[in-house]
Design a protein around this ligand. Structure first.
Ligand SMILES: Cc1cc2nc3c(=O)[nH]c(=O)nc-3n(C[C@H](O)[C@H](O)[C@H](O)COP(=O)(O)OP(=O)(O)OC[C@H]3O[C@@H](n4cnc5c(N)ncnc54)[C@H](O)[C@@H]3O)c2cc1C
Length: 377
């Protein structure tokens, strides 16, 4: 049996980042993934992810967002790969939306740059956006878009070059404990470590169940689609990433990068799934295209062109849409990073760093207590 200091089960968004930061500290690190990351089977594919700092989901996220942004910049420097495009992010919705109010309060509390714009001002600035008069928007110019698969690939290259071992196409089948540490079992081998990070995305529930823990995590089928758009209005050198919080639904999207079209997804809804039986064909449900097309026709009509591409991806939701980052209550050698509820990617660098600190020192510099398991008790 091979021994490591740390084993990371699931080397996707969170796991690959954590593996880089542990290996960088000289810790013997084994990363194991069922696929060959970055890949299209989990939650990190589809080219792009939004990163925002003034946070509508709660101002408590802002320190983590700012640290994550700093680490993405450092990753760009270390890898020599462009990972972030500062397009700015526009958040829009009806005037009574609590989400927009929280964006404003986050900006105020942390002195973040934020422009508050009326519907008319938005249209004057971006002629491709049509907002009703009872809407307004917040524009955060310092935020933007991460190239998600390139981020995972950059962490992978650096993790390996700093000494981590990566096993790809290797599924972890069980995790057990004995008096001496944690034993991680794959089909052919078992490995031992002092500490384990469980970061298996949509597959966390089954691994947690084998460890006697049931957390309310709901893997959910999600789709994104790219539509032909008027480049004069929507290209990435002049159009921001966007979030529309409409109260009963919410949509997010990206400007057209390299003439690939406007990419758009619906944040709420989706079908509850078993990730091993996911219907991966875009268009299986009429809503895959229908929902986002009708959003574009209403709010961005010159971006509602022909469907260029569609992808199926997975969210892993928690009931309150906040993450789970905590130790296993009965086995303190196991840390869990789960339930990223469709908004976790931007924090992967910060969470990776925090997880590495926990794995090495037993505690992280950033306060992650809002993500503790005790809230489900
Ligand atoms: C369509 C879509 C749009 C999104 N948009 C945004 C956005 O704009 N901004 C944002 O911040 N976030 C966004 N997110 C959310 C974000 O991408 C996810 O929260 C994040 O990728 C989750 O990371 P993860 O590490 O938990 O999962 P993953 O990146 O999927 O990693 C999990 C890894 O575990 C591996 N694994 C699973 N089971 C096993 C096993 N038994 N043994 C070994 N390995 C295993 C998998 O192969 C995978 O590589 C979006 C998500 C989707 C799907």
């Amino acid at each position: 049996m091979q021994h490591f200091d740390v084993i990371i089960v699931g080397a996707g968004s969170m796991g690959m980042a954590a593996g880089y930061y542990t290996a960088k500290q000289g810790v013997r690190t084994l990363l194991i993934d069922s696929h060959n990351p970055p890949h299209t089977m989990g939650s990190h594919h589809g080219d792009t992810r939004i990163i925002r700092h003034a946070y509508g989901e709660g101002k408590q996220y802002v320190p983590l967002a700012l640290r994550s942004q700093e680490l993405w910049r450092q990753l760009e420097d270390a890898s020599g790969v462009e990972l972030f495009a500062q397009t700015g992010v526009l958040t829009a919705g009806p005037k009574d939306q609590p989400f927009l109010q929280e964006v404003r309060e986050s900006a105020e509390r942390y002195s973040l740059p934020l422009e508050v714009l009326s519907a008319t001002e938005v249209h004057a600035r971006w002629s491709g956006i049509k907002l009703p008069e009872n809407f307004y928007a917040c524009f955060e110019p310092t935020s933007g878009v991460l190239y998600s698969e390139k981020c995972v690939a950059a962490y992978r290259d650096l993790a390996i070059s700093t000494g981590a071992t990566l096993l790809t196409d290797t599924r972890v089948t069980s995790i057990e404990l004995d008096g001496e540490g944690v034993i991680v079992q794959t089909a052919d081998e078992h490995y031992r470590a002092q500490k384990v990070l469980l970061s298996a995305g949509a597959w966390n529930p089954s691994l947690l169940a084998s460890l006697g823990l049931s957390i309310p995590l709901a893997p959910t089928r999600k789709t994104v689609a790219w539509f032909g758009a008027d480049e004069e209005r929507y290209s990435s050198d002049r159009f921001p990433a966007f979030i529309f919080n409409l109260g009963d639904s919410s949509y997010y999207g990206f400007p057209s990068f390299d003439q690939t079209g406007v990419k758009i997804g619906r944040h709420d809804g989706g079908q509850l799934i078993d990730p091993d039986r996911l219907e991966r064909t875009f268009g299986t449900y009429l809503s895959d295209e229908g929902d986002v097309r009708s959003f574009l026709e209403t709010y961005m009509p010159q971006a509602a062109g022909p469907l260029c591409a569609g992808r199926v991806c997975i969210y892993t939701m928690t009931p309150d849409e906040h993450f789970v980052i905590d130790r296993h209550p009965a086995h303190s050698q196991i840390m869990i990073a789960a339930g990223f509820s469709g908004h976790g990617f931007k924090f992967a660098s910060g969470i990776g760093e925090a997880a590495s600190q926990w794995l090495i020192d037993g505690a992280s510099t950033l306060d992650l207590s809002m993500f503790s398991l005790s809230r489900f008790a």
